[in-house]
Design a protein around this ligand. Structure first.
Ligand code: OOG
Ligand code: MG
Length: 261
């Protein structure tokens, strides 16, 4: 574990890279002994700063939860990150790019919870019972690391590449859709750039929440009612640039769209 001074220094580096924005070297290049826990300690320090600036935590994200994403990024374990209220963009709206370096888009299923979730080993049914609704989402990720290349420890400290996200389409009760088999099509400028089934995410996207809650439990925390959770990209993330029109279509859950500003 790194000491408090090193965590503060790394938090400065990441916060500055996100705010300006600019790319930085992988954190493990200068701190090879850095652990996954150190990465999450940087997230905790980022959250304390953001909350002192009036920013609000509205949920959490799981990432690297599908084989497509793990293969694309060369990482074999999921990461968790924070979702801030000021990073939500509306369905049909424009994603501001002034704070983005090399954005990519992902088609995901979002959950919104209606009861606290806690414990080391919840069942899928426990999670669905505590879910208010599930909804299509597009996550716009943006790594602060050069060439979008990182390792698990570094990407955790960079808040799981979180940048912006959009929720839209048709919210559905989780009991009303078979979340193992929802077809998803991702389009860029009218071309299909990704296809998947929702089951590409750990067999069932609620498994992301199961892992997330078990991880929170290990840190003495719960997932509070009213949380938004992004369960992870089902397809590879797709690079986008200014002017691109992105649409994600979901079987029985509608479609959502966004323009990259
Ligand atoms: C890490 C974030 C991954 C997802 O949905 O898999 C992620 C990255 O690939 O930059 O958000
Ligand atoms: Mg994602």
């Amino acid at each position: 574990m790194l000491d408090a001074l090193a965590i503060e220094k790394l938090t400065d580096i990441v916060a500055d890279a996100q705010a300006t924005p600019h790319t930085i070297a992988k954190l493990t290049d200068s701190y090879p002994e850095m652990t996954i826990e150190d990465g999450y300690a940087v997230q905790d320090a980022l959250l304390a700063r953001w909350e002192s600036q009036g920013r609000v935590l509205v949920g959490l994200k799981a990432g690297l939860t599908s084989k497509a994403k793990m293969d694309q990024m060369g990482v074999t374990e999921p990461s968790f990150g924070m979702l801030m209220g000021d990073t939500i963009d509306p369905d049909g709206g424009v994603v501001p790019t002034d704070k983005l370096i090399h954005p990519r888009v992902e088609a995901e299923i979002a959950f919104v919870t209606k009861a606290d979730l806690s414990g080391p080993d919840l069942s899928i049914d426990d999670i669905l019972a505590a879910t208010d609704f599930v909804q299509p989402a597009i996550e716009i990720i943006d790594s602060r690391f050069e060439k979008f290349k990182f390792d698990l420890v570094s990407v955790i400290a960079d808040n799981g590449s979180s940048a912006r996200f959009v929720m839209g389409g048709q919210p559905r009760r989780p009991q009303d859709v078979d979340l193992r088999t929802v077809g998803i099509v991702l389009e860029k400028n009218g071309e299909i750039v990704g296809t998947a089934s929702s089951g590409a995410v750990l067999g069932h996207p609620a498994r992301s929440i199961q892992m997330l809650v078990a991880w929170l439990h290990g840190r003495g925390r719960v997932l509070p009612a009213g949380s938004i959770v992004l369960t992870g990209g089902a397809t590879e993330a797709v690079a986008v640039s200014t002017g691109d029109a992105i649409v994600a279509r979901y079987q029985d859950m509608g479609a959502l769209s966004v323009r990259i500003g």
